[in-house]
Design a protein around this ligand. Structure first.
Ligand code: B3K
Ligand code: ZN
Length: 851
């Protein structure tokens, strides 16, 4: 046996496997600590690359191996089983093995494990190797037949049910797939069922399987699934391809959900929803994630990735598709603003720190560490830019060609780009650099006016990122419109294509000097640095026809205001206060949009903004300025808040865009109102609310104002039996804590009887909230740094994947003063020095430290 030593894998080293797989038969005799997995795999030597049979396998207790029914000599290490080429037939052969595994003790939640008495699996990216010996790589696609044996009433796997009897069920998946899409579930589950008729008239049975007690939280998810199926047929012409589509809700899950063929497995927090227990944000997330996993059926499953470096091929595209879907069924303007908020908060943060990497990375140690905002969200932005550059018609023609040409294949980014080159006749080599150059471009612009002609002089540059010192100019689609001084739009949205470091674009025939609205709809993922006075921003805020830029002007005014307050102790400018007031009280505007305008930039956003401007951010000063501004806004809007609060009562709860928009404005208003009325309105709403959005909104408003302890206790008494609502209870207290209280509150919560680090949702509720409470995480005593490090060290042996992911809390350490940097570094070094630290966490901490 050799030891398991983490190895760096490189994109450039890709080679086809020595063997392809034709069919797989698996039998699972389920038992909590001794599940027997019997495999029968037909291998075919790959004549392009002949060699030994190399199978992955980890934490397996091997019982037997045969080839064509006879014993064979083989070698086993902690990670592989190898049979020498000389000992194998040169024709296709049948490999059989029997292994034993222990799902009950599998706390890493990867492979086959148990959650609240049910068996379930998570194989992406490399979990199948913890189930049996197999070439666990996405380019090996095969047809699977699976037999499950147990006493449990529900036994599921991929594909269609084929046969069943007492104590067993057989499933057959006719579509070749890589092992990462394998899934198995068994348990005492109830189904919420539905049906769907596809565009060619095929009936599909739909089920959401849940534990008893959750049956009444499935209706919304079922409707979202049906909406997604309709949308993918209508917009992309993609039809579902099995007789059945199953979703299962699981409590212990490392991420949101997983797109296993015909058997999606969901974190219960991302599929269950009811008005009393779920907020509007949860409803929206459930809808988006159900759509995302369903859309993977074509972008990911029917067409998959050749290797894990191509992850963005399926993830970026599928995020883009789910964003389009959500925009279509909700509001494009609101969704786009939310997407950009998310992109800036997570992806720009990543791109501007030690973890910056290409959308298609060139090396990794642990692929699970690359399921990042860059791969997902920047990956989606690339698709959006491509569509802007080539237009809708070419975009859909390229997608159709991609689906036709590569169905059933494991492909690369080059294959994806090539279809668009073919349909447009364009060379997209420069554009494709978005996949291989990390970092967020800075775009500057200055304007020149000369009798009737406005010239925009753009310059772009991208700061160095780890391992990439020299950056080249990117292809940037810059959407621009021009507004005349009287507020009319004289040039509608036009896409300028910038390809050089410096480039100018002119608009002539103008009678008066217009104001340019630049980067409409956030047409490229860049940081636009544009000198603009408050008056011009306020002008665009009032007159721009592009909703994204309208919001963006308000946001820039808010940021400028906060910067002045933090750095120079200057009171907010009148232009900002007046503009905000007129936007928030403008009843012709969508309430959801007004709520977004009222929301202040986050503390983390302000820290990055200051750092970009060359100022080391002081987290306490940021917190105080932001609180101060909240009080100033509450006073400015004193007369408007009660009326706005009353006018935006959405009435009976419906989780649609209209209702949720009104509630989001109402809750944003309540948060300020609470600063004026000592919590009277929030307390009364807390008592009477019939939905979680308002109940939790009221509680958050109280906690953020430093009150609400009684309500917090009564919330617990009302909901202690509901694990998903309890996650909110844990999260809210830490998220709303004042800086000097946050670590203490988080620590007390870890001592609560309902805290468990084995459940990723609960762990994230406390520590995700702590890391997200900027002032609290960066409190001067370093208590939060230490507390998080203590718990990461405790969690790592149980669940390396979640531990590694949470290390990202420290990724911004370079922004802060020397004291904070030293404190963070010493915690990171302490984590790194932990005996037996997982490869996942070692890779993350080392990357963060080597900044
Ligand atoms: N493909 C999965 C993510 C798997 C993460 C593995 N660490 C969910 C998704 O993106 O749809
Ligand atoms: Zn995905």
């Amino acid at each position: 046996m050799t030891a398991l030593s983490p190895q760096t894998i490189f994109l450039k080293d890709y080679a086809e496997p020595h063997h392809w797989v034709e069919t797989v038969h698996l039998t699972f005799a389920l038992a909590p600590r001794a599940t027997r997995v019997t495999s029968k795999i037909v291998f075919k030597p790959n004549t392009n690359n002949l060699g030994d049979l190399i199978l992955n396998g980890e934490q397996l207790s091997l019982k037997s191996v045969t080839v064509n029914g006879a014993t064979v000599s083989y070698e086993v290490t902690d990670t592989h089983l190898t049979v020498k080429q000389a000992d194998l037939p040169s024709e296709p052969f049948t490999f059989e093995a029997e292994v034993e595994i222990s799902p009950e003790t599998n706390t890493a939640l990867e492979g086959l494990y148990m959650s609240s008495g049910m068996y379930c699996t998570q194989c992406e990216a490399e979990g199948f190797r913890k189930i049996t010996y197999y070439p666990d790589r996405p380019d090996v696609m095969a047809v699977f037949t699976v037999r499950v044996e147990s006493e449990l009433p529900v036994m599921l796997s991929n594909g269609n049910p084929q046969a069943s009897g007492t104590g067993w069920t057989e499933w057959h998946d006719p579509w070749p797939k890589p092992a990462y899409l394998f899934a198995l579930v068994a348990g005492e589950l109830l189904a919420h069922s539905g049906t769907f008729t596809t565009m060619s008239g095929k009936n599909v049975d739909l089920n959401i399987y849940v534990r008893k007690g959750d049956e009444d939280k499935c209706a919304f998810g079922m409707q979202a699934l049906i909406d997604s199926m309709v949308w993918d047929e209508r917009v992309y012409g993609r039809e579902y391809d099995l007789d059945i589509f199953n979703i299962v809700a699981v409590d212990d899950f490392n991420m949101g959900a997983m797109e296993n063929k015909g058997l999606n497995i969901f974190n219960s927090s991302c599929v269950l929803a009811s008005p009393e227990t779920s907020t509007d944000a949860t409803f929206e997330r459930v809808e988006g994630i159900i759509a995302h996993e369903y859309f993977h059926n074509w972008t990911g499953n029917r067409i998959t990735c050749r290797d894990w470096f191509q992850l963005c091929l399926k993830e970026g595209l599928t995020v883009y598709r789910d964003q389009m879907f959500s925009g279509d069924i909700r509001s494009h303007a609101v969704k786009r603003i939310e997407e950009v908020l998310q992109l800036r908060a997570r992806q720009f943060r990543e791109d501007n720190g030690p973890l910056a990497h290409n959308v298609r990375p060139e090396s990794f140690v642990e692929i699970n560490n690359f399921y990042t905002a860059t791969v997902y969200e920047k990956g989606a932005e690339i698709i959006g830019m491509l569509r802007r550059l080539i237009g809708d018609e070419s975009y859909y023609a390229g997608c159709s060609l991609y689906f036709d040409r590569h169905d059933g294949q494991a492909v690369t980014i080059e294959d994806w780009i090539k279809v668009f080159e073919e349909v447009t006749g364009r060379d997209l080599a420069h554009f494709a650099q978005w996949y291989s150059q990390a970092g967020t471009p800075r775009l500057t612009v200055d304007e020149a006016w000369n009798t009737g002609t406005l010239t925009l002089n753009f310059a772009q540059s991208t700061p160095a990122t780890p391992g990439q010192d020299v950056k080249k100019p990117q292809v940037l689609p810059i959407m621009v419109g021009l507004i005349a001084p009287d507020g009319t739009e004289v040039v509608p949205s036009t896409v300028l294509e910038m390809t050089e470091s410096e480039q100018s674009f002119s608009f002539d025939g103008l009678s008066e000097r217009p104001v340019a609205s630049i980067l409409r709809d956030f047409s490229a993922p860049v940081i636009l640095q544009r000198d603009m006075d408050a008056k011009t921003r306020a002008f665009l805020l009032a007159h721009d026809t592009d909703p994204f830029n309208t919001w963006e002007m308000g946001r820039m005014l808010a940021k400028d205001t906060l910067v002045e307050m933090i750095v120079n102790d200057i009171e907010p400018a009148r232009d900002y206060l007046d503009a905000l007031k007129s936007m928030v009280t403008d009843e012709t505007k969508d309430p959801a949009f007004r709520a977004l305008c009222l929301a202040l930039p986050s503390q983390d956003d302000m820290a990055q903004t200051l750092f970009d401007a060359g100022v080391a951010p002081d987290p306490m000063a940021i917190y105080e300025a932001r609180e101060n501004l909240r009080h100033i806004l509450a006073a400015e809007l004193k007369d408007d808040l009660p009326a706005l609060y009353a006018a935006n009562d959405a009435g009976a709860f419906k989780p649609d865009a209209d209702g949720s928009g009104k509630r989001s404005l109402r809750m944003a208003v309540l948060s300020l109102l609470t600063l004026n009325d000592q919590g009277a309105a929030a307390q009364s709403l807390f008592e009477t609310a019939d939905n979680m959005t308002e109940q939790a909104g009221a509680l958050t408003a109280l906690l953020s104002a430093g009150i609400g302890q009684e309500e917090l206790a009564s919330f617990y008494a009302q909901w202690f039996h509901d694990r998903l609502v309890m996650d909110k209870w844990f999260m809210m207290q830490v998220a709303a804590a004042a800086p000097l209280d946050a670590a203490r509150i988080a620590k007390t919560l870890t001592e609560h009887a309902d805290f468990s680090m084995k459940n990723p949702n609960r762990f994230r509720a406390v520590f995700g909230a702590l890391a997200g409470n900027h002032g609290g995480f960066h409190a001067p005593d370093g208590a939060a740094y230490k507390l998080l490090a203590d718990w990461l060290i405790k969690l790592d042996p149980l669940n390396p994947q979640t531990t590694a992911r949470m290390c990202g809390a420290f990724e911004t350490w370079k922004r802060y003063d020397a004291d904070r940097q030293d404190m963070i570094k010493s915690q990171l070094k302490r984590i790194l020095a932990t005996e037996g630290l997982s490869g996942d966490t070692t890779e993350m901490v080392s990357r963060i430290l080597n900044a």
